[in-house]
Design a protein around this ligand. Structure first.
Ligand code: AHM
Ligand code: MG
Length: 332
């Protein structure tokens, strides 16, 4: 019998059936993120029309200007997730401390960390932006709201990670450890439809994505790495840098290559945050056959000590990330 198109709901149910012990809690979480993302997508698309663009009267915990859509997206994520009874805490780029589950709602066994709207400085120039999330299990065995330290687990512990890209179309890409799957939002019916099953990083690619204005501030290994790619004898690399992490990552996942945001003399640990930017994308990358490291070790082996900690970040196809590690070891 013809199966018809697979929407996100069907896909999640079929995945859930593979695990008889599954309670469906995880499925509800992903569906609720998808719900929030549809609303965010709608607002992103109409931002120009309704004049929602522009700076709100506040700064976030990093002292950066918050744009109205950042706040809007943060609120949509929180209110889509706080009442489900599946979470015991949330962490967001926009909140200094963990977001607690309101007293009136039951608490669950999962934790979520998210960047509600990454790349928001690109909003007013109509460039793709995204939402990133990582889901963990609580470890302390307690009930009620979890405290900050529960988030201090290595990325390898994640049970799921994903992102939504608000681009020429809106896509949700996620993995729960059984491959990376991409769903495209059909705006006419408001449904995410499976469009990219089992996404895979090509083993090597031709794209490198890095903000080269920082060249003179990088360490020698990163300079050598980029110089090596530029003068590569067998393949002609091309440089592509949007400055919007989800969009840069998504393109490289489809086409192959490497994205890097290294540390430099001004920002010794780079700019990107481990918990809700680097680790979820690293989890997706590994599931898709790629890899991600900081300047020393696999991103997924780092145990955070701060909710908003930054890490140097090199992510993408195996060949290019391993080439960086060679440069780091002085072997290039
Ligand atoms: P944000 O979380 O404040 O939006 O900043 C993160 C963004 C990433 O999307 C992007 O990769 C990076 O900042 C670009 O930084 P730069 O402009 O320094 O190259
Ligand atoms: Mg961000």
């Amino acid at each position: 019998m013809e199966k018809g198109v697979t929407n996100l709901n069907r896909f999640l149910l079929e995945e859930q059936r593979k695990y008889p012990e599954a309670t469906g809690g995880f499925t509800i979480l992903i569906e609720s993120i998808a719900f929030a993302s549809k609303i965010i997508s709608r607002e992103v698309n109409k931002a120009g029309i309704v004049n929602i663009i522009g700076k709100a009267q506040s700064t976030n915990v990093h002292g950066e200007d918050q744009q109205k859509l950042d706040i809007y997206a943060n609120n949509r994520m929180i209110t889509a997730l706080d009442h489900l009874g599946k979470l015991c805490a949330m962490a967001s780029e926009e909140n200094n401390e963990p977001i607690l589950i309101p007293d009136e709602y039951p608490k669950g066994k999962y934790l979520i960390a998210f960047d509600p709207l990454d790349g928001s400085s690109n909003i007013d120039v109509n460039i793709s932006i995204g939402t990133i999330f990582g889901i963990y299990k609580r470890q302390d065995g307690k009930e009620g709201n979890a405290c900050c330290t529960e988030f201090f687990q290595p990325g390898r512990n994640m049970v799921a990670a994903g992102y939504i890209i608000y681009g020429s179309s809106t896509m949700l890409v996620y993995t729960s450890g059984n491959g990376v799957h991409g769903f495209t939002l059909d705006p006419s019916i408001g449904e995410y439809i499976l469009s990219h099953p089992f996404m895979k990083f090509p083993d090597s690619g031709k794209i490198y994505s890095i903000n080269e204005v920082n060249y003179n501030r990088w360490d020698e290994a990163t300079r050598k790495f980029v110089d090596y790619l530029k003068g590569h004898e067998e393949r002609e690399y091309t440089s592509r840098y949007i400055g919007s992490l989800v969009a840069d990552f998504h393109r490289n996942l489809l086409k192959g290559g490497v994205f890097a945001y290294p540390g430099d003399t001004r920002n010794p640990r780079g700019k990107l945050r481990l918990l809700y930017e680097c680790a979820p994308l690293a989890f997706i990358a590994e599931q898709a056959g790629g890899m991600a490291v900081n300047d020393e070790i696999n991103i997924l082996d780092i145990v955070p000590t701060d909710l908003h900690q930054k890490e140097p970040f090199y992510i993408g196809s195996k060949y290019e990330v391993e080439t960086y590690l060679k440069a780091k070891r002085g072997e290039l």
